[in-house]
Write a protein that binds this ligand. Structure first.
Ligand code: NAD
Ligand code: IPM
Ligand code: MN
Length: 345
């Protein structure tokens, strides 16, 4: 039996996680789902985000974490989300941000003439370093001479382990190419490290072609000929941006799932989208990204059969047009969740 900490979080995170939890209960009734109240509401009431003791509890007493989203207009500086979400990513050392981009049906792709075979790649986003580490500061804040510094931190170990994870995945799944994306032409120190380590690690995978592309070019090319891409490995910030671009290519943020993974340790699963305050509380958010996230989590826990069942049910609901309005349907969040539940067989 497995134990999962469920953090619905803020905004639509609550609505979509409720549907994902219903699906999980339907396919794996014995799973223990323990709801955690972390989010803006609790932060505004008590100032609490997440403690080191709670992070310890997550790693010692849970098999996985399922998160909705964090972010609330009442916390404009986003400090609770940084502490909770980035806190889990950093302190649980979840160095792989695994973000698959896969087209479920041609009609969901905004590009002309692309088929489901043409859009099927994964992003390996480095998840514990880069500009996200919060190194830097301000000087003379609020004056005309204000200075802001935000450092881009890259360690050899950090770069090597995410690149290796991408190559291991490519090998395990029979992919023929891994694409590194960076901005080595402008950011020479970080880019230099990434490119040297990339070339070095690639030598251990002689059957896999390696290519390094500047991220501006890759963003353009993902729109022009996405069929070229199989496995993309990149830093924290570029991975964040490319994953929303990837979502747009396959029907939007309502469909893309992600895992924050440290192999062998408790890992965190969440949709790529945020708390969507513009549509929160209206029963219009698409729950499919959260439901596919639950499937990704089950696959990570070794339950391929249940994961495949959920994915097939989502695909069938999408093909039948029983979806929320972002995918052209007329259903609300709850009804779209039910459309999946009905198809679980
Ligand atoms: P967002 O992903 O919340 O929303 C972007 C756009 O996509 C909005 O128009 C929204 O309505 C739409 N959208 C998002 N999820 C959807 C869904 N399930 N169904 C239908 N439409 C959906 O990004 P944002 O507006 O930049 O950020 C809002 C808040 O969320 C911010 O506080 C941000 O920091 C936070 N955020 C959190 C996470 C996370 O917790 N992992 C991820 C991204 C953003
Ligand atoms: C994501 C989000 C987060 C990120 C934010 C909320 C800090 O955009 O998970 O993609 O940038 O990693
Ligand atoms: Mn993002």
């Amino acid at each position: 039996m497995a134990r999962v900490a469920v953090l619905p979080g803020d905004g639509v995170g609550k609505e979509v996680t409720r549907e994902a939890a219903r699906v999980l209960r339907a396919v794996r009734p014995e799973l223990e789902l323990v709801e955690w109240p972390h989010g803006a509401h609790r932060f505004l009431e008590s100032g609490e985000t997440i403690t080191d003791a709670e992070l310890g509890e997550l790693s010692s007493s849970y098999d996985a974490i399922l998160l909705g989203a964090l972010g609330d207009p009442r916390v404009p500086g986003n400090e609770h989300a940084r502490q909770i979400l980035l806190g889990m990513r950093f302190k649980l050392d979840l160095f792989i941000n695994f973000r698959p981009v896969r087209l479920l049906h041609e009609r969901l792709c905004p590009l002309k003439g692309k088929t489901v075979e043409d859009l099927d790649f994964v992003i390996f986003r480095e998840n514990t370093e880069g500009v996200y580490v919060g190194m830097g500061g301000t000087f003379k804040q609020g004056t005309p001479d204000e200075v802001a510094v935000q450092e881009d931190m890259n360690t050899r170990k950090g770069v090597e382990r995410i690149i290796r994870a991408a190559f291991d995945y490519a090998r395990a799944h029979g992919h023929s190419r891994v694409t590194l994306s960076d901005k080595a032409n402008a950011m020479e120190f970080a880019g230099g490290l990434w490119r040297r380590v990339f070339a070095e690690v690639a030598r251990e995978y002689p059957e896999i072609e390696r290519e390094a592309l500047y991220v501006d070019m890759l963003a353009m090319d993902l729109v022009r000929r996405p069929e070229r891409y199989q496995v993309i490995v990149t830093g924290n910030l570029f991975g964040d941006i490319l994953s929303d671009l990837g979502a747009a290519l396959v029907g939007g943020l309502g469909l893309t799932a992600s895992g924050n993974i440290h192999p062998g340790r408790v890992s965190l699963f969440e949709p790529v989208h945020g708390s969507a305050p513009d549509i929160a509380g209206q029963d219009t958010a698409n729950p499919l990204a959260a439901i596919l996230t639950a499937a990704l989590m089950l696959r990570h826990l070794g339950d391929d059969d249940s994961a495949a069942r959920i994915e097939a049910a989502v695909q069938a609901a999408v093909l039948a047009g029983e979806t929320t309005s972002d995918l052209g349907g007329t259903l609300g969040t709850v009804a779209a969740g039910e459309a999946v539940l009905r198809r679980l067989g």
